[in-house]
Write a protein that binds this ligand. Structure first.
Ligand SMILES: Nc1nc2c(ncn2[C@@H]2O[C@H](COP(=O)(O)OP(=O)(O)OP(=O)(O)O)[C@@H](O)[C@H]2O)c(=O)[nH]1
Ligand SMILES: [Mg+2]
Length: 320
């Protein structure tokens, strides 16, 4: 075990901060640490919060942190902005909004910058989640801006995804319909103090009731109202997250395994794709090696970082 790994597991804030910066900067050496950290992951509960700019995500996350801290839980927060190349302002805003937690050792808040192309950011987010998980945080909340497919990719590693809207967002509701309806485990209408919350509620209700095959499995996404700025509706949201968590736990053993396998598969696919040109990826899939590796990771024989190296390095040797 490297000392960096030991320090992360011991919850050393400076080591974790440096590691997340290295992940953001795509420093290759970070992979070694991530491999060694992976066996220490899988304990945290990951919550994704996504919604258009300004719907109140950071305000809500700040309140959620407060509630979880009162329950004695530790929390990690990752603010990810995949859309704006100039996220400095938003990051500064997040810092100010969540400042009251800055002296609390049970809370760790970081922003992930928008560097490189999008797929890289999804990978960075996943790795950063792994680090906060290994650090021992009970809950990890990922805030990401937007209502499109890109944002869904970022929050894919979340067990519970909350999609936030505000009253009178007709166009955004359409965007959700076209893009990410399936990704929402809970819908939250924030700024319910504003006019039109009921209309938005009905629009969402209709969309969900139209029925997606996913809901036949048993979880029907609730639609909640909140006023994050005034700490209203936050308790109810946390209850709904808890119910969704219980639902996931209660799903049959086999279903749970399929779900885990699907998540591992996504994770590994992302890593491999980021390092390979398309033809190599296709060959890996055709030979069945990729699916075998997914099984190995899902069964706990190895971690996805090691599995990725195994798939990739022999192929690159062949190109020499
Ligand atoms: N009226 C009202 N305003 C709210 C509510 N919740 C948040 N706000 C305000 O909405 C504004 C935007 O809130 P943020 O939390 O920064 O929103 P965000 O979604 O994180 O924004 P980005 O990170 O820039 O996408 C702030 O001025 C908040 O005070 C609410 O329930 N009602
Ligand atoms: Mg924000």
């Amino acid at each position: 075990m490297t000392t960096a790994v030991e320090k992360v597991i011991a919850g050393d804030v400076r080591t974790v901060a440096r590691l997340i910066r290295d992940i953001d900067d795509k420093i290759p050496e970070v992979r070694k640490v991530l491999k060694d950290l992976y066996p220490h992951t899988g304990k945290a509960y990951v919550i994704g919060i996504t919604g258009a700019p300004g719907v109140g995500k950071s305000t809500l996350v700040d309140q959620m942190v407060n509630h979880y801290r009162k329950q004695g839980k530790t929390v990690g927060v990752l603010a990810v902005d995949p859309t704006s190349p100039f996220s400095g302002g938003a990051i500064l805003g997040d810092r100010i909004r969540m400042q009251r937690h800055s002296l609390d050792e049970g809370v760790f808040i970081r922003s992930l910058a928008t560097r490189g192309h999008f797929g890289g950011l999804t990978q960075s987010t996943r790795s950063a989640i792994d680090v906060l998980d290994a650090m021992g945080k009970d809950y990890i909340i990922v805030e990401t801006v937007g209502v499109g497919q890109d944002e869904v990719d970022v929050v894919k590693s979340a067990q519970t995804t909350v999609i936030m809207v505000i009253p009178g967002m007709g166009d955004d509701i359409q965007a959700i319909k076209a893009g990410i309806l399936e990704a929402g485990d809970i819908f939250l209408i924030n700024k319910a103090d504003r006019e039109g919350a009921d209309k938005t509620f009905n629009e969402l209700r209709q969309m969900i009731d139209m029925g997606h095959s996913r809901y036949e499995e048993g979880w029907k996404p609730p639609i909640l109202k909140a006023e994050a700025a005034f700490d209203r509706g936050v308790t109810e949201l946390l209850e709904a997250i808890g119910e969704h968590r219980n639902y996931l736990l209660k799903s049959s053993e086999a279903k749970g395994l399929v779900r885990k396998r699907e998540r591992v598969r996504d994770e590994l696919a992302e890593m491999v794709k980021n390092r390979l040109i398309q033809e190599v990826m296709e060959r890996l899939l055709e030979s069945g090696e990729f699916d075998k590796a997914v099984d190995a990771v899902a069964s706990g024989e190895t971690d996805p970082y090691s599995a990725c190296d195994d798939l990739l390095l022999s192929r690159l040797d062949g190109l020499k």
